[in-house]
Design a protein around this ligand. Structure first.
Ligand SMILES: C[S@@+](CC[C@H](N)C(=O)[O-])C[C@H]1O[C@@H](n2cnc3c(N)ncnc32)[C@H](O)[C@@H]1O
Length: 258
């Protein structure tokens, strides 16, 4: 608990990033990932294997971009740094633990960025979405983009914010959470290089008898093309979020999303 508080306090982040709960979420994800190392290992291994397989087949390895890099559990930054000239890690939150690790990689740069593009809009500082990837999508040397379990995370902070700010919500589209998902997919399609998309797409809650007690479409109705691979990620095994409930996330992976 103390380590989590210290990490929360030591993490630099913008005002809206904190208000939307992204620092709190990153810290709790860090702690949960440590507790659930074993349960999450297969999910991380599947993600890493897909990226490694794609990297092997690329004709050129100049710049790699990881969107939603977070704690870098689902991609091997060591491998990317060794095989690419330059690696850009993009996230709204880079925990101090990650910042420290990245000092050992000379060709890795951390970019702090809102990949939903709507934080200023929510905060009343803009009247529309700002393009979060305009510069990177136009950069010619980007040979690989990995969207690393970010997509589903773009919706819930906006949903919570709209619920908590009923007056401000009236000037915003009601389907903003779904739009954030769709916009990220459009953003990925603009890159001329290879694009790997990894995302959980559905949450399923079970009781101990195996009955489904809840289901949530993490894509908020946004359609996706058929995936190359799928697996289950036990995000909250029994005892993690509730004693008699477990949450499994269905994950899908696209080797070349475009
Ligand atoms: C499930 S985590 C991804 C995990 C990460 N790839 C890893 O292996 O640790 C989702 C990540 O998306 C980031 N994220 C969520 N909303 C974001 C936003 N609007 N802009 C940029 N990053 C965002 C979070 O900070 C978090 O690091």
């Amino acid at each position: 608990m103390l380590a989590e508080l210290a990490l929360w306090l030591a993490t630099p982040a913008g005002r809206m990033t904190r208000k939307l709960g992204l620092v709190t979420e990153s810290v709790s994800l860090w702690a949960r990932g440590n507790r659930q190392r074993k349960a999450w290992a297969e999910h991380h291994a599947c993600c890493r294997a897909i990226v490694a397989g794609v990297v092997d087949e690329l004709p050129q390895r100049r710049t790699a971009v990881v969107l939603g890099s977070g704690m870098l559990r689902d991609v091997s930054v060591g491998q990317l740094a060794a095989r690419f000239e330059r690696v850009l890690l993009v996230d709204a939150v880079h925990l101090p633990t990650v910042r420290l690790r990245m000092r050992f990689h000379r060709n890795v740069t951390l970019l702090t960025r809102d990949l939903s593009g709507i934080m200023d809009w929510l905060g009343g500082e803009s009247d529309r979405r700002t393009d979060p990837l305009a510069d990177l999508a136009a950069a010619p040397a980007i040979d690989l983009v990995v969207s690393a379990n970010l997509l589903s995370q773009l919706a819930w902070p906006v949903e919570d914010w709209l619920e908590d700010h009923a007056t401000e919500a009236k000037r915003l589209p009601a389907d903003l959470p779904a739009r954030c998902i769709a916009w990220h997919l459009d953003d990925l399609r603009r890159f001329p290089g290879h694009v790997v998309l990894l995302s959980d797409v559905e949450m399923i809650e079970h009781d101990r008898a195996g009955n489904v007690t809840d289901r949530l479409d993490l894509m908020r109705g946004v359609p996706l093309p058929p995936a190359d691979e799928r697996w289950d990620w036990p995000v909250a095994p029994f005892g993690e979020a509730a004693r008699d409930r477990e949450n499994i996330h269905r994950v899908q992976a696209w080797r070349d999303f475009r």
